[in-house]
Structure formats: structure tokens, C-alpha cells
Design a binder for this molecule. Structure first.
Ligand code: HEC
Length: 253
């Protein structure tokens, strides 16, 4: 009797971790164009995402795996990419004298990180670290929905009784419900070049699309190859079936 009671309590404990552990907000699931078997990227969305990264996120976050020349996937011409790359200052070297020097960016260069190294970034934010954004949507669990929820999930006021430590912000999607990143996006945070209404939802949606593209630029090719392979297998199966019928019909006679 007592043993049964003990098991019931134990089961309840394991089945409802939220009751005992920290309460985590439910992710705001979005319909992403890039998910599913016909997944694809929308170029204007990616271009807007690049604009947000450039005007907002790049102040704190690097994107070191992305090379300027890869922006051709977003519909930019070689000339536009060259001009864009030239607006960046790249540290190169060492030269013949063993010294580092700076030069304008070239299409083959990668995006420049705002901090020289992790330590410098940590020092700037009192220990919190603005990660490199290149692979984030893939490396985080439910990356796209999580980042969307995080960006749209800031609350001005923490709930009653919640002690908000100095210099942190209340966000129920982050561990411990606090985060060291000040809310980077809000309605009209930037003015879109293409005139799209820059609501918080739109901004967050566009930047997540862009981040997913940087993490998985080959997604469209991979998915279209997958569809071709499936079609090929279907045709092959049909042919084999017809051939088999043909052979058996002769044997039976
Ligand atoms: C003012 C600097 C700053 C800006 C601007 C900024 N971030 Fe951050 N970001 C941070 C810091 C600092 C952290 C680490 C926070 C922590 O660990 O508490 C962070 C963390 C993150 C995380 C990781 C959250 C996690 O669960 O660990 C994501 C995702 C993120 N930022 C995305 C963005 C995006 C997208 C933009 C642009 C729209 C942006 N950030 C703009 C400073 C910034």
C-alpha cells in the first residue's frame, strides 16, 4: 500500500517537471517558409533580415561564417556585393614588416565581428556574451521559434515579487527569465529600405529567416534534390512493378 503510494508520487513528480522546476514560457510557433519538404527562402525577406542584422544586431553580434560573396543568394549583383564589402574595414596581414594593416573588404572576406575576441565581448557586457549568430538557428533547440519568441518576448515590468537584477532585462523565454541583452527590436526599430511596415513581428520574422539562411544556405538545393530523388524512386518503382507483371504473366502461361 505504502509502496504504491510512493510510486504514484514519484510518477507525478517526473511527469510534471514544470510543477516543480522553473516555469518556462511556451514558444510562439511561426509558419516558416523554409520548413517542410518544399521549404524555400523568400529573397525580399532575407534582404530585410540583412538590413536588420547590419543596422541593429551587428553592433554586438558577429557573423563570422558569412562571406560577402554569399549574399548573391539574396539577389544582389556582383557589383553591389563588391561595393557593400568595401564599406567594411578588414584587418589583414602581417605585411613584409610583420605588421597588421587594414584594407577595404572584398567579396571573399567574411563579416567582421564587433569584438576582437570572446573576452573583450564578455568584458563589455559584464560577463554575458553576445554569441556569433552564424549558426545559431541550427545549434539551438527549436532555434527559429525560440529566437522569434525571445525577440518578441521582452516584458517592460517583471511580475510582482520578481527581483530583477541590475542591468538585466525580463524575458520569460530565456533561462532564469532574465537576459543581459537589452531589447534589440521594437515597432519601427529601423526603417525598411523596401518600405515594409517594420512591426516587431515583421522585424523578428525577417531576422530569423536571415539567420536561418546563414546557418543553412544550401537548404533549397538540398530539398529540391530530395524531391527529385523521391520522384526518381517513384518512377523506378512503377517501372519495376510493370516489368514484374510482364515477366510473371509470361511464366504463368
Ligand atoms: C547591445 C548589444 C546587443 C544587440 C544590439 C543585440 N544583442 Fe543579442 N545578445 C547580447 C548579449 C549581451 C547577449 C547575451 C545575453 C545573456 O546571455 O544574458 C545576447 C544574446 C543573444 C541571443 C542568445 C540568447 C540565448 O538564449 O542565449 C540571441 C539569439 C540574440 N542575442 C539575438 C540577437 C539579434 C537577432 C539581434 C538583432 C536584432 C541582437 N541579438 C542584438 C547583446 C546584444
Amino acid at each position: 500500500m505504502i509502496r504504491n503510494f510512493f510510486f504514484i508520487i514519484l510518477t507525478i513528480f517526473f511527469l510534471t517537471p514544470n510543477l516543480f522546476g522553473e516555469e518556462k514560457a511556451v514558444l510562439k510557433k511561426q509558419e516558416w517558409d523554409f520548413q517542410g519538404i518544399f521549404g524555400r527562402y523568400d529573397k525580399p525577406t532575407l534582404q530585410r533580415g540583412l538590413q536588420i542584422y547590419q543596422e541593429v544586431c551587428s553592433a554586438c553580434h558577429g557573423m563570422k561564417r558569412l562571406r560577402f560573396r554569399e549574399l548573391k543568394d539574396l539577389g544582389f549583383t556582383q557589383e553591389q556585393i563588391k561595393q557593400y564589402a568595401e564599406t567594411f574595414e578588414i584587418t589583414d596581414g602581417p605585411n613584409d614588416l610583420g605588421e597588421m594593416f587594414t584594407r577595404p573588404g572584398e567579396p571573399s572576406d567574411a563579416f567582421v565581428s564587433p569584438y576582437k575576441n570572446k573576452e573583450e565581448a564578455k568584458a563589455a557586457f559584464g560577463g554575458a556574451y553576445p554569441l556569433d549568430l552564424s549558426l545559431l538557428t541550427k545549434s539551438m533547440k527549436n532555434g527559429p521559434d525560440y529566437i522569434y519568441s525571445l525577440l518578441t518576448g521582452y516584458e517592460d515590468e517583471p511580475p510582482k515579487g520578481f527581483e530583477l537584477p541590475e542591468g538585466l532585462y525580463y524575458n520569460p523565454y530565456h533561462d532564469g527569465n532574465v537576459i543581459g541583452m537589452p531589447p534589440p527590436l521594437y515597432d519601427e526599430a529601423i526603417e525598411y529600405i523596401d518600405g515594409t511596415n517594420a512591426s516587431l513581428h515583421q522585424l523578428s520574422y525577417d531576422i530569423v529567416n536571415f539567420l536561418n539562411w546563414t546557418a543553412e544556405p544550401e537548404l533549397e538545393k538540398r530539398k529540391s534534390l530530395g524531391i527529385k530523388v523521391i520522384l526518381f524512386l517513384l518512377v523506378l518503382t512503377a517501372l519495376l512493378y510493370v516489368t514484374m507483371k510482364e515477366i510473371w504473366s509470361r511464366i504463368k502461361k
